[in-house]
Ligand binder design. Structure first.
Ligand SMILES: N[C@@H](CCC(=O)N[C@@H](CS)C(=O)NCC(=O)O)C(=O)O
Length: 245
């Protein structure tokens, strides 16, 4: 056994908010993947993403070595722990998994940043993440972070659209993804795989938080969707399952 396999790895992520593993879809994805694969870890609450080796969260330290980016971390753990929750997938499921992951991570996650961190309804709920900042500095830090997010979303392009257009684009993402979701218990049926961590990562933030949006309304009205999110939370994060959504 190597040193890395003996020491529990450290997972650096934003502190929890609401009754979900993490508001960040990438942090939620990685922690869910760790629970699916039963790899031991300890969480280090990290409000400031600049602490990460690539300036983003999540990141891990494995045997003292920092590794950034949820997908690279998962590849590293598959390799070093010899665990692969995707081993049972066939070629077509692997292709669907990648397309769904790209849709949710490379498009929908930007919508989440907009609805949860910029839109008034979202910011009303998420401004408490600045509570650890000294009161006198809080409005300044919150304004600075919002300015950065606005810059990121403007450069990415999403912020050049109206609120209605952003919502419509997000609904298109989910209308494309949902037909591939099985009746359960997991995305592809009886066994969990890495895609479940990705899908739960984005769904939890949308349907298991009190942040209202037309996207949340749409997804909560899709019967298999809310049941899936609640089932994933109940199975992998039973300690959160009795929270208020
Ligand atoms: N590709 C990265 C994305 C991580 C990411 O975008 N994290 C966001 C939170 S959801 C972050 O740390 N943002 C802070 C920043 O960009 O300053 C991954 O999969 O880990």
């Amino acid at each position: 056994m190597t040193d890395a396999a003996r020491t529990p790895l450290k997972l650096f992520q934003f502190p929890r908010m609401f009754a979900i593993p993490n508001l960040s879809p990438f942090c939620c994805k990685l922690e869910t993947w760790l629970r699916i694969t039963r790899i031991p870890y300890e969480v280090v609450d990290t409000p400031d993403p600049r602490k990460g080796p690539k300036g983003k969260l999540p990141f891990i330290e494995d045997g003292g070595v920092p590794i950034a980016d949820s997908s690279r971390i998962i590849d590293h753990l598959k390799r070093t722990r010899g665990i692969d929750p995707d081993a049972h997938l066939d070629g077509s499921q692997r292709a669907i998994a990648l397309l769904v992951q790209r849709t949710l991570e490379e498009h929908y996650s930007f919508v989440l940043a907009y609805t949860h961190l910029l839109r008034d309804e979202g910011f009303r709920h998420t401004r408490t993440r600045f509570d650890s900042v000294p009161a006198i500095m809080r409005p300044l830090v919150a304004a600075m972070v919002q300015r950065q997010i606005r810059g990121l979303l403007w450069t990415q392009g999403i912020l050049r659209h109206s609120d209605e257009e952003i919502v419509e684009a997000a609904l298109r993402d989910w209308r494309a993804v949902l037909p591939f979701m099985s009746a359960g218990p997991f995305f592809f049926g009886d066994k969990p795989c890495g895609l479940d961590a990705v899908v739960f990562g984005t769904l939890a933030s949308t349907v298991l938080t009190p942040i209202e949006s037309p996207i949340r309304d749409f997804l909560r009205a899709e019967p298999q969707c809310l049941a899936y999110a609640e089932r994933m939370r109940g199975q992998y994060f039973p300690e959160l399952a009795h929270g208020q959504d």
